[in-house]
Design a protein around this ligand. Structure first.
Ligand code: AMP
Ligand code: ZN
Length: 492
C-alpha cells in the first residue's frame, strides 16, 4: 500500500464519523456486548458478532494490537430491557425444569459453534458475567452513596445524577422529564422510581422466594443488574477508558446509556478526566437484520438460527457473505433468495481462488500490478468498514490478468484477512446446497450422474432421461451447462 488511509469510524456518541485515535499507542481495546445464553442466538444476533469481528480484523489489518472482549450474560438480563419482567435465564430454567447452569452451558456452546462456523475470530477474553459478581458488588458499593437509592425491590441508579444521561440515545433532559412524568401517570412496573429511566444495579430476591442464582450483598440477597455487568467486565479487562464498545442498535437506547451513566459515576469517583468518563471513547452499533414473517423472534417455533440455514443446505459462510454485502449501519433484510445469491457470489470467489491453490504461499502482495487495488481496498475498509465496496475490490483483484499467481494469491489472502470468508479453505463442493432432509446421498448422486454421462455418450437418451427423472423425484435438479458449474442442486 502506498499511503494508508486513516481509519474513520462512526461514533454513535457524536453521531459522526471520526478518526480512530487509540488510547494506548499501537493498541486497540474493544468490548462487545455478548449474548444472553437462555436460548439459541438467531442470525440477527450473529450479525452483531460478524460486525464486531470485521471491526477487530480491520484494526489488526491497520496494524493495531487488538484486545477484544466479548461477554457471556448468564445472569441479570430481564425479559424487558427497561427493568421489567423476569430474568430471562430464570424463566427458561423454570420452563424447562433444568438448572440455570446447564442452560447457560448448553446455549454458550451453541453460540460458540455459530461463532466458529462464521469464521468469527476468538476474542482475547470471553468474560462470563457470573464470574464477576464480587467485582460488581464492589462497584455498586462505590457508586451507591452519590448515585443510587434503595427500594424494596433493589438498588436503583438515579439517572439525574450524571451529566447528559441518554445523550447516546439522542434524548434530551426535557425528553427525560416528560418520560418520567408519563411514567408516574402510568403504573410503573417498578414502584417509586425517581425517574422513568432509573435502572436496577442490584435486584433483591423478593421475600419468600428463592432464585437459582443469587448472592449476598449489602442490599440483601439478590442478583446484579444486567447493565452493571458490562461496565464491570469492560473496566476490569480493558481498563477505562478503552477504545471501542460495540453492540446492536437496540443497545443505543437503553443498555449503553445505562452503562455510560454507571461509568461516569464510577470514573468520576476515581477522578478521571471528564471527556473519558463514558468508559469507551467510541460506541459503535450495527443495524438490524430484519425478516418479514417474524421468523427472527425466538418465541416463534422455527426461528432463524444458523443451524436452520445449515439444515436447509446452505453453507454458514453464505450468511457471512450476506452480512458483508451490506454496510453494518444499514438495515439488512433476510430472504432465502438473498442468501442463495450470497452463496452464488461466494461460489464464484471460491472458483476463482481454486485456480490459485497451487501457487506458492508467502509471496509479497506489494506488487505494482496491485498497488491501486490494495489502496482501494484500504480506503474502502477504512471508510467506516465499507465491506460492500471492499468485496468488489476483492473481486477486482481476482480478475487481474497476466500476473504471477503467487502474488495474486498473497493479495487475495491479505484482503480476506479482513473479510474473513476463508476463501482458501473452501471448495466448490463445500458450497453445494444439501439439505439435511435430502433423500439421497452425494455419493449416490455422483454415481447416478456418471451413469447418465455414460448413457449420453452412448446416445442412450431414454436411459439418460430416466436417470434424470429418478434424480428429480429425489429432489435433485441436474444443472447441465450451468455457467457457474453447479452440476446439480438439491431442492431446499
Ligand atoms: P442479546 O442476546 O439479546 O443480548 O443480543 C445479542 C446481540 O444481538 C446484541 O448486540 C443485540 O443488539 C444484537 N441484536 C439483536 N437482534 C438483532 C437483529 N435482528 N439484528 C442485528 N443485531 C441484533
Ligand atoms: Zn452489554
Amino acid at each position: 500500500m502506498t499511503d494508508a488511509a486513516p481509519l474513520m469510524l462512526f461514533n454513535s456518541l457524536t453521531r459522526q464519523t471520526e478518526p480512530f485515535a487509540p488510547v494506548h499507542a499501537g493498541e486497540a481495546r474493544v468490548y462487545t456486548c455478548g449474548p444472553t445464553v437462555y436460548n439459541y442466538p438467531h442470525i440477527g444476533n450473529m450479525r452483531a458478532y460478524v460486525f464486531a469481528d470485521i471491526l477487530g480484523r480491520t484494526l489488526s489489518f491497520k496494524g493495531y494490537t487488538l484486545t477484544h472482549v466479548i461477554n457471556i450474560t448468564d445472569v441479570g438480563h430481564l425479559t424487558d430491557d427497561a427493568d421489567a419482567g423476569e430474568d430471562k435465564m430464570e424463566k427458561m430454567a423454570a420452563e424447562r425444569a433444568q438448572s440455570i447452569w446447564d442452560i447457560a452451558k448448553h446455549y454458550t456452546e451453541a453460540y460458540w459453534a455459530d461463532v466458529k462456523a462464521l469464521n468469527i475470530r476468538q476474542p482475547a477474553h470471553w468474560s462470563i458475567a457470573t464470574d464477576y459478581v464480587p467485582q460488581m458488588i464492589e462497584w455498586a458499593e462505590k457508586i451507591a452513596p452519590k448515585h443510587c437509592y434503595e427500594l424494596d425491590s433493589g438498588l436503583y441508579f438515579d439517572v439525574s445524577t450524571v451529566a447528559d444521561y441518554a445523550l447516546l440515545a439522542g434524548r434530551t433532559k426535557l425528553d427525560q422529564l416528560k418520560e418520567t412524568e408519563e411514567a408516574h401517570m402510568r403504573i410503573d412496573p417498578v414502584k417509586d422510581k425517581r425517574n422513568a429511566a432509573d435502572f436496577a444495579i442490584w435486584r433483591k430476591t423478593p421475600p419468600g422466594e428463592k432464585r437459582q442464582m443469587e448472592w449476598n450483598s449489602p442490599w440483601g440477597r439478590g442478583a446484579p443488574g444486567w447493565h452493571l455487568e458490562c461496565s464491570v467486565m469492560g473496566g476490569a479487562l480493558l481498563g477505562f477508558p478503552f477504545d471501542i464498545h460495540t453492540g446492536g442498535i437496540d443497545h443505543r437506547e437503553i443498555h449503553h446509556p445505562n452503562e455510560i451513566a454507571q461509568n461516569q459515576a464510577y470514573c468520576c469517583t476515581n477522578g478521571l478526566d471528564v471527556a473519558d468518563n463514558s468508559g469507551a471513547r467510541m460506541w459503535m452499533h450495527n443495524n438490524f437484520l430484519v425478516e418479514r414473517s417474524g421468523k427472527m423472534s425466538k418465541s416463534s417455533g422455527e426461528f432463524l438460527r444458523l443451524q436452520l440455514l445449515i439444515d436447509k443446505g446452505y453453507h454458514p459462510l453464505a450468511y457471512r457473505m450476506m452480512c458483508c454485502q451490506a454496510h453494518y449501519r444499514s438495515e439488512l433484510e433476510f430472504s432465502w433468495e438473498g442468501l442463495g445469491a450470497a452463496l452464488t457470489r461466494l461460489k464464484r470467489l471460491v472458483m476463482a481462488v481454486e485456480r490459485l491453490a497451487d501457487a506458492p504461499a508467502g509471496a509479497d502482495a506489494n506488487h505494482p500490478k496491485f498497488t491501486a487495488i490494495l489502496d482501494k481496498f484500504d480506503a474502502a475498509i477504512s471508510d467506516d468498514l465499507n465491506t460492500p465496496i471492499a468485496l468488489t475490490v476483492l473481486e477486482e483483484a481476482l480478475a487481474v490478468k497476466k500476473v504471477d499467481a503467487a502474488v495474486k494469491r498473497a493479495v487475495v489472502e491479505k484482503l480476506d484477512t479482513v473479510l474473513g470468508l476463508g476463501l482458501f479453505d473452501l471448495t466448490r463442493a463445500d458450497l453445494r446446497i444439501r439439505p439435511k432432509a435430502a433423500q439421497i446421498t452425494e455419493d449416490e448422486i455422483e454415481t447416478a450422474l456418471s451413469a447418465r454421462k455414460a448413457a449420453r455418450a452412448e446416445k442412450d437418451f431414454a436411459r439418460s432421461d430416466a436417470i434424470r427423472d429418478d434424480l428429480a423425484s429425489k429432489g435433485v435438479e441436474v444443472m447441465d451447462g450451468d455457467p457457474l458449474g453447479w452440476e446439480w442442486k438439491l431442492d431446499a
